[in-house]
Design a protein. Sequence first.
Length: 422
Amino acid sequence: MTEQLRCVLCRQTYPVGEVRYECDCHGLLAVEHPPAAWQGVDTELFDSRQRGSAEIDLSGVWRFREVVRALPPAAIITHPEGATRLYARAALCRYAGLESLHFKHEGENPTGSFKDRGMTVATSQAVAQGATAVACASTGNTSAALAAYAARAGLQALVFLPAGKVALGKMAQTLAYGARCFAVRGDFDAAMRLVTDVCRTLGVHLLNSKNPFRIEGQKTIVWEILQNLAWDPPDWIAVPAGNLGNTSAFGKAIEEAVAAGWIKRAPRLLAVQATGANPFYLSYAAGFRTRHRVQADTIATAIRIGDPVSFDKARAAIEYTRGVVTEVTDPELMAAKRMIDQSGLGCEPASACSLAGVRKMVAAGVIARGERVVCVLTGNLMKDPDAVLEELPGVASVAKPVEIEPTLDAVRALLAPGGRPG
């Protein structure tokens, strides 16, 4: 038995080399690794690679390659990505109301977001399948990652963005890496429908999270968190939820880690949406009896998605991990962002949903004060620099630059009493 693609709904299987993104029943596909792939693959192997110097081992994705995607090392398109750090800040523990809180900063990836993890696998698979062009719909981070990895692989990159709704920092990256961009008159969901038609009709490879190989790369965020914690799993992992690729990937990663015996218990997932883009939360609140769709509107542009593609996989992830889905308002997530920024970590607005959601769940008694929690920060602060200056009711503003004369007296006049800092 070799790797195969399996439908998450009807369980139909397809060859892993076949270019397809959904089952004939329209269910999403997941990569299924054969039992042989897990033999001899253990945490000691991964830890030894973490200490190595080979480029493929420096990647926090390909360090786990036997159970990510079986490709010859020469065929792998890597920058390398992953190997991001885990941080703790006392002030953020106090803010959340927890005794143990860590932050996995995926903004440290080459293009500044977690998307690089999925894109290295999806791009490598596209090259293996003979692709000459790749495409995605994006709110910005996916497009930056796709453009960078396509450039690395020598592929043409086509990007479909919702017109006027993408942060300049992300747009600049995408253009700089040489992608051809199309500003679609509509929201992300309209861009997603269009790129799906383009890929189906023109033979272009689709690299959105609907692509099952994207999920294989993104699941390594969880495995790296476990490795960072010496394979002693936290009680909760909190993640921002937009198109639900990460929620899906995290559930798969946890289930596989338990099955492989790397960990003895499954961390619970907390998926956090913005109130203005909360279809998954509404579905969860209704016991998943109804799939909700919304017209998305939130300051957190990276998760401004009203009809998430990976809904079915994400639901399975929440159910498997006994997870929770919650929502936070724009002022709540921006207040959390201010705290993260002022701790010296920094993140884009969508990332701060993880901390805002944890704080809310601690206050509600869902997360106990003594439980160990890891928040995933999905993107770098400079992905959306304009948000730093955004002013919202109830959210402390950052200090703006003050124009002064080039004199010591001018500085002293603006400092604390006594004319000294502090």
